[in-house]
Design a protein around this ligand. Structure first.
Ligand code: UDX
Length: 485
């Protein structure tokens, strides 16, 4: 064997994966990590101590990692113990601590003098944090950005400098229905209210606004860009993104992609129970769903970050109860903004009352399994990207009540482009909730479910052997092996 062939044989690709520490990001990055691991790529998955402990709380997650000798769960230093930063201040603090503590830590981890960790050397980095890109550039290590949002949201962030230049940002005047024309590819249907929520502030010097824009623009320095989407869903926008990022890997929907590859590798026992939840799932709702008629229940969940006021909560509660439609509602204990001194959830909103209104409530649920359940006919969602993709794969139409960030644009695409549901953004009124729930679950039920089934088929096709996401994932693995990226 010649020297080059011997070196190629001994070469072990080892990717450091570093997600922003929140459920939506950790979830999709972990799925990617497991997909790469199935292709014999070593993985170091870097998380805060808090997230590490919460992940390992699940016995199935623990056994998935401990049964995989090439998968290392690595804990960040104590100074960066940010756990699910949700407020703008907490996000800014996290990014500051990355600069101060994160970058030196990354250098040390990658350098690993004396091989203290007894692992093959790290050969590339995948992250959604520009601090990691800066370290990769210093060291000369290949870096791939994985933005865990939709292509349409990513592209709208990318176009913000053009919006400012054209005077479309900041908004002058309060009319949120004014058309935005400088996001190429969306001129026909994008309104101010559909732009990412950071665009709503009038102060463009706001640190969080600047952070979102600079994080997006820095991505051009990476050797590749991964998006959890599929070509058929966002083709025109993906073509625009490709003109800036020729090395684009569209490999989604990741949760289904992982399940399919685990099945192909005959590791179905793992896929059946796999969960990346940071909270304990209350599985009693599955037993409740088993007793409900087909497509009769609307699933209500606003993801891991959204917080509602007491008034908003009551509008949803009355709207759902008055619709007469069965509902399964995930109400995280920390999701209600309480007035000072108020500690209890409003008395009307409890399991007993929900039961009277033909509903069921839990604090956190196995969402992917719920969306796939035959009793679910629709999803009232905050339009987080993971939730949106999970709903598309399950063929379930949506009512969108976007809360912040990328969700405003996702919901516009659901309603206007993909015709997969109704966009309720910027209203929270019991009469509208009731009307939309009826529209989705009764009046337009068959039409929307038919559309949902078409989209679900396209999503599943994308990850099948030889299709776009399947081929892109193989290309990503190949590039990681050859450290071409
Ligand atoms: C947010 C964003 O809005 C999202 O678009 C961005 O990419 C990451 O940050 P989040 O608000 O948590 O994320 O929403 P989402 O992206 O939908 O992720 C929530 C995840 O939690 C989903 O994978 C969902 O299946 C899971 N989940 C939610 C549960 O497992 N159980 C629940 O009860 C609720």
């Amino acid at each position: 064997m010649d020297e080059a062939a011997a070196a190629a044989k001994n070469y072990s690709p080892h990717v450091l994966i570093f997600p922003f520490p929140a459920q939506g990001h950790v979830n999709s990055m972990l799925k990617l990590a497991e997909l790469l691991s199935l292709s014999d790529v070593y993985i170091t998955f870097l998380v805060s101590k808090n997230i590490h402990d919460r992940l390992l709380h699940h016995t199935d997650v623990k056994s998935r990692f401990s049964n995989n000798p090439g998968f290392y769960l690595q804990v960040l230093p104590r100074e960066i113990d940010e756990d699910h930063p949700t407020s703008p201040d907490a996000v800014a603090k996290f990014f500051d601590s990355l600069q101060i503590y994160g970058k030196p830590y990354l250098r040390e981890l990658i350098d690993d003098k004396g091989n203290r960790n007894k692992r093959p050397p790290i050969t590339s980095i995948i992250a959604d944090l520009s601090a990691a890109l800066e370290v990769a550039q210093e060291i000369g290590l290949p870096f791939i950005y994985f933005r865990t949002i939709s292509a349409c949201a990513f592209w709208s962030y990318f176009c913000i400098p053009q919006l400012i230049e054209a005077g479309e940002l900041p908004f002058l005047g309060d009319d949120m229905d004014v058309r935005i024309v400088k996001v190429k590819g969306m001129e026909e249907f994008l309104r101010r209210r559909d732009l990412p929520s950071i665009c709503r502030g009038r102060d463009l010097a706001n640190p969080v606004f600047k952070l979102f824009v600079s994080e997006t623009l820095q991505t051009v320095g990476a050797q590749g860009l991964i998006l959890n989407t599929f070509d058929h869903l966002e083709e025109p926008i993906l073509n625009l993104i490709r003109s800036k990022y020729p090395n684009l890997y569209t490999i989604g929907p990741l949760h289904t992609h992982l399940k399919t590859r685990l099945q192909a590798a005959k590791l179905t026992s793992i896929s059946a129970e796999s969960s990346n939840s940071l909270w304990e799932e209350d599985r009693s709702c599955i037993n409740w769903l088993d007793e409900q008629p087909a497509k009769s229940v609307i699933y209500v969940s606003f993801g891991s970050i959204t917080r509602v006021t007491r008034d908003q909560l009551m509008e949803f509660w009355h709207g759902l109860a008055d619709s007469g439609i069965r509902f399964l509602w995930v109400l995280r204990p920390d999701s209600i903004i309480r007035k000072e001194g108020e500690i209890k959830t409003p008395e009307e909103v409890d399991l007993e009352e929900a039961t009277k209104a033909r509903g069921y409530m839990v604090g956190w649920a196995p969402q992917e399994e719920i969306l796939a359940h035959q009793a679910i006919g629709g999803f009232l969602t905050h339009s987080g990207w993971n939730s949106t993709l999970e709903s598309i794969v399950a063929g379930k139409p949506m009512i969108c009540w976007p809360f912040f960030a990328d969700q405003q644009i996702n919901s516009r695409f659901v309603g206007e482009v993909w015709k997969l549901g109704l966009d309720m953004k910027d209203t929270c009124d019991r009469v509208i909730v009731e009307r939309m729930v009826r529209e989705l679950m009764e009046e337009r039920r068959d039409e929307l479910l038919e559309r949902g089934a078409e989209m679900a088929k396209l999503a599943k096709n994308a990850i099948s052997d030889g299709a776009s996401s399947f081929l892109n994932l193989n290309r990503l693995v190949e590039d990681i092996r050859r450290t071409r990226i």
